[in-house]
Design a protein around this ligand. Sequence first.
Ligand SMILES: Nc1ncnc2c1ncn2[C@@H]1O[C@H](COP(=O)(O)OP(=O)(O)O)[C@@H](O)[C@H]1O
Ligand SMILES: [Mg+2]
Length: 247
Amino acid sequence: MAALLELANISKRFGGVVVADGISLMVERGAAVGIVGPNGAGKTTLFGVISGDVRPDGGSVVFDGARINRLDPGARCRLGIGRTYQVPKPFERMNVFENVLIAAQQGGRQRGASSHGRAIASLERCGLAERANRNAGSLGLLDRKRLELARALATGPRLLLLDEVAGGLTEPEVRDLVAVVRSIRDEGTAVIWIEHVVRALLDAVERLLCLSGGTFIADGEPRQVLESAAVREVYLGTDELAIEGIA
Ligand SMILES: Nc1ncnc2c1ncn2[C@@H]1O[C@H](COP(=O)(O)OP(=O)(O)O)[C@@H](O)[C@H]1O
Ligand SMILES: [Mg+2]
């Protein structure tokens, strides 16, 4: 069976800045993959290429055996690609439940629960049930991140793209989040998680990639990747990634 996601030779530049220089990546069904890389490396842009928010200059995006380069984000969402945004983008004037309901209605056709039921299940799963009637614009950072996750989940993804959902959270909050991500993965949903909070990744993924200079400079078992000379070198002199103390 074909891989769930297959990126082949993706290239993208913004003016003179090359953010993707022939990136290829295969992600199997149900896999849990982490991505690290310095700020500005192009991680969020790569998610945009997968979700359809960013058009690559070259290369192909294949999902579940079909080339999807020409599909818009809505069509990709219906096929089963769900994502969160690094900067949460809720409909500020709608309440939390309405935000998640819209996502449930936009997602792929799913058997079983109605979109209403799926919205409620996603809220409960992300710890937002008690805030269902709150205005989304009034939420603090943690709840905004939870709402991003609840919206992505409500679309019923087969591939979930998480963009820095753990940043700024306390240790217990990170633990809760990891538990939610693990339960999503355990149901067979593939996850790609961009995250600087390495301890969260180590508890949730079985494979880690490091993006730098427009390509993946490391790909493999998470601890080995973090300890590799190539990865240590790109983080040298920065405190972006708490690698020390991990080994
Ligand atoms: N829409 C855009 N227009 C111009 N430059 C962009 C755009 N989006 C991202 N960039 C630039 O591309 C580089 C990679 O950005 P991004 O993908 O957000 O990196 P990361 O998520 O790894 O921090 C940065 O230099 C950023 O300023
Ligand atoms: Mg980013």
